[in-house]
Write a protein that binds this ligand. Structure first.
Ligand SMILES: *[C@@H]1O[C@H](CO)[C@@H](O)[C@H](O)[C@H]1NC(C)=O
Ligand SMILES: *[C@@H]1O[C@H](CO)[C@@H](O)[C@H](O)[C@H]1NC(C)=O
Length: 420
């Protein structure tokens, strides 16, 4: 059975983390305590940094890392030693070890049970079940229906597809984890263990680093550590430095899909994936969308007049735009039927899940609508349908894409199992 695409993507995303995308929830004390604990235990953390709410007057705004004084280009912001990170085991092992995800969850649970670990306390203070993979069954079912999971098929390469993000189905990531991690002693009926699964979505959990917020326009921090170069993170520590000089008061910003080691994520990790992997649905521009079933890929950004403009990253086809128009109609019908019925009538969907579903619905509708309208100005060509299933690869590392970054099980893979 082919592995779900998301699993492979998690491997690629190993250098990134999700906790920074979590809205702050009264845990300033935990963050302060964490920094103290890190410094006491051998981490280097720049003394010109403060962790505060992005909007200081709004305690519900997300937390971020800000400069309290001028910081020069190239200064080290943090270096987190291996033994303060949460990792798949005591010893460094190669990142493609297939059990590493399960072992990282086990390590997270152990850290949760270790009363002396301030990072574990910080993680325990983060919201729970905020990633769609960890939502209630009812909410995931509603989201799957909205995305038409498994129901879109455009061919010639894509046998079954859906609107992005991918991998959120009835047989979703959590179901897959339960099967994959059998024998690791994880108790999936225990909410704390499930929380560990959500936090340990990547094999290395790196304290402090995970507090830098995402910025779609670019970053002013970079990783010294490059997991792709075969460097041993247990020897170097996880080091982050500034890529430009920073003014006092400025926020230190990472990019979760366009960082200095994001590699092939340039090509496929857009707004839908930000939602799936970090729980983020917001209006931050630019936003990339990749619709594999329609072979349409575009970016949205603010234009000169302040409005949002569409830029096609691959020339759109008549057929592709037609397929997107069909989805616009379906999304409108879906809202009429499901949103108008109200939350109470549709299982145990939480207020948060309900709100996120409709925020994402609005985002999809808006993006597709802009693309359909914007395509009127484009020359349409069927070229994209004669390309292979890597049609969407452009900016990134095609070597990686060839091996790992396919969008959804395609005809080649499905045929392969039947042919054998
Ligand atoms: C759930 O898991 C945590 C972490 O291992 C543990 O401390 C707690 O006792 C467990 N709760 C139950 C009800 O088993
Ligand atoms: C696209 O065009 C339609 C029809 O003119 C219009 O109703 C809709 O608001 C436009 N959508 C966007 C996002 O501009």
């Amino acid at each position: 059975m082919p592995q779900p695409a998301r699993r492979l993507r998690h491997w690629q995303a190993l250098a990134l983390l999700l906790a920074s995308a979590v809205p702050a929830s009264g845990d300033d004390a935990l963050a302060t305590e964490l920094v103290e604990w890190l410094r006491t235990n051998g981490a280097k953390i720049h003394d010109g940094l403060a962790i505060r709410h992005v909007d200081p007057s709004d305690p519900t705004s997300p937390r971020g890392v800000f400069a309290t004084r001028t910081i020069d280009e190239g200064e080290v912001l943090c270096n987190i030693p291996w033994d303060l990170m949460i990792t798949p085991g005591d010893k460094y092992t190669s990142v493609d070890d297939s059990d590493e995800g399960c072992r990282a969850i086990v390590s997270t649970i152990e850290a949760f049970d270790d009363g002396t670990n301030a990072y574990a306390r910080y993680l325990l203070g983060q919201p729970r079940r905020y990633l769609p993979d960890f939502w209630s069954d009812s909410a995931r079912a509603l989201l799957s229906e909205m995305l038409a999971v498994g129901e879109l098929a455009a061919g010639p390469m894509t046998e079954r597809d859906e609107l992005p993000p991918h991998g959120i189905g009835e047989d979703g990531f959590l179901d897959w984890l339960v099967k994959d991690c059998e024998g690791f002693g994880i108790d999936w009926t225990n909410e704390t263990h499930v929380h560990a699964g959500e936090m340990a979505d990547f094999p290395y959990l790196v304290p402090f680093y995970d507090m830098f917020n995402h910025n779609g326009k670019g970053y002013n921090i970079a990783h010294r550590y490059n997991p792709y170069s075969g460097e041993r993170i247990d020897q170097t520590g996880y080091e982050v430095y500034t890529t430009k000089s920073i003014e006092a008061g400025e926020e230190l910003l990472n990019s979760y899909n366009r960082c200095n080691i994001c590699q092939e994520q340039y090509d496929w990790f857009g707004a839908p994936e930000m939602f799936a992997e970090y729980g983020m649905v917001n209006g931050d521009m630019p936003q990339m969308f990749l619709f594999d079933f329609a072979r349409v890929k575009f970016e949205l950004d603010h234009g000169a007049d302040g409005g949002v403009e569409v830029r096609f990253l691959v020339p759109p086809s008549e057929k592709g735009i037609g397929l997107l128009e069909g989805q616009l109609r379906r999304l409108a019908d879906f809202a009429k039927e499901r949103r108008d019925r109200g939350r109470d009538d549709q299982g145990d969907i939480s207020e948060y899940e309900w709100d996120m579903i409709w925020r994402y619905h609005a985002m999809l509708q808006g993006a597709i609508s802009l693309a359909v309208n914007g395509s009127a100005k484009e020359e349409r060509t069927d070229e994209v349908w004669s390309m292979d299933d890597d049609w969407w690869v452009k900016d990134g590392n095609t070597n990686m894409a060839a091996g790992y970054a396919w969008i959804y099980p395609n005809l080649h893979q499905n045929l392969a199992s039947e042919e054998l």
